[in-house]
Each structure stands twice: as structure tokens, then as C-alpha cells.
Design a protein around this ligand. Structure first.
Ligand SMILES: C[C@H](O)[C@H](O)[C@H]1CNC2=NC(N)=NC(=O)C2=N1
Length: 100
């Protein structure tokens, strides 16, 4: 079972990711980011790429899509907080978004 990150570990990971727009959510039990794309097609292409990675990782985002925006919240439900899996998926999302 993936171990939950300590607050210090999570804050350290977040420090690196804050530059790319990730922030704390749910009182530290999740991380969140809103991605904006040129249009719906690009937003959906991003979601399709991430969906395949999430399935591969067996680690899934909570997300909403409105036209060119994708709002994402990541947390490890089984652990009740932020784990390395969330950081790994967040990093994949950042890369997938730049490919859009
Ligand atoms: C049964 C299934 O393996 C688990 O529910 C997986 C699926 N995807 C998941 N996704 C996320 N974000 N957190 C989890 O704890 C999780 N657990």
C-alpha cells in the first residue's frame, strides 16, 4: 500500500510543483490544479492521454471539464491523503498538458 506523504514531504513536493500551478486542497489531503487549453478538443485529448496513464497506474484523478478547462484534484483515497502516486500522476499531467 502506498504510504501517505508526511506534511513535510508533501510540502516539499508541492514546493517544486507550485511553479507549475499545483496547490494544496481539502485541507492538505489533496493537491489541485486547473489546466486551460486552446479549445475543447485539446482539453479532451489531454484527458484521454491522462486516462490511459491513470489506468496503467491504477490511480485515478477527480476532475471536471468545462469546454477548454480541466479542473483536477488528486488524492490517494485508500490512504486518505497525498502520496507519491499523486505526485507522479501530477507530473505526468504537466507533461501531457505541454504536449497539447
Ligand atoms: C480498487 C482500486 O484498485 C482502487 O480503488 C484504486 C483505484 N484508483 C485510485 N485512485 C486514487 N486516486 N486513489 C486510490 O486510492 C485509488 N485506488
Amino acid at each position: 500500500m502506498t504510504e501517505i506523504l508526511s506534511r513535510a514531504e508533501r510540502d516539499e513536493a508541492l514546493k517544486q510543483m507550485t511553479q507549475s500551478g499545483w496547490g494544496e486542497a481539502r485541507d492538505g489531503e489533496a493537491i489541485a490544479k486547473t489546466f486551460r487549453f486552446a479549445d475543447f478538443k485539446d482539453a479532451f485529448a489531454f484527458m484521454s492521454k491522462v486516462a490511459l496513464c491513470a489506468e496503467e497506474m491504477n490511480h485515478h484523478p477527480e476532475w471536471t471539464n468545462v469546454y477548454n478547462r480541466v479542473e483536477v484534484v488528486l488524492s490517494t483515497h485508500d490512504a486518505g491523503g497525498v502520496t507519491a502516486e499523486d505526485i507522479k500522476l501530477a507530473q505526468f499531467m504537466d507533461e501531457a498538458a505541454t504536449d497539447a
